[in-house]
Design a protein. Sequence first.
Length: 107
Amino acid sequence: MGGKSIKTGVGVAVSDRNSRLRSIAPNPSAGAIAIEFGVATAARVRMLALDLQGREVRRLVDGSFAPGRHHVTWDGSGAHGAVGAGVYFIRYETPAGVKTSRVVITR
């Protein structure tokens, strides 16, 4: 399965239909963001919040997950406190590939 790459080069489509980002809500958000993702088979998952330049703002997930749906919440913070208003990317990585989705933070 092909997909679009973002100009920042931070992602391409995940090839396994069941290993994917399912939802990011609310988007845009002034507070916490709930992220739902699916894992088709037991796998290592890494999920990052990235800025427009593709730099890691926050590591949201980095570990092994059983098959099924999972949730994580991003409180809109980075290493040095709350991030500023703007566009960010949630990068979801599994052995099946990488998927990146845009999220907007408002303050």
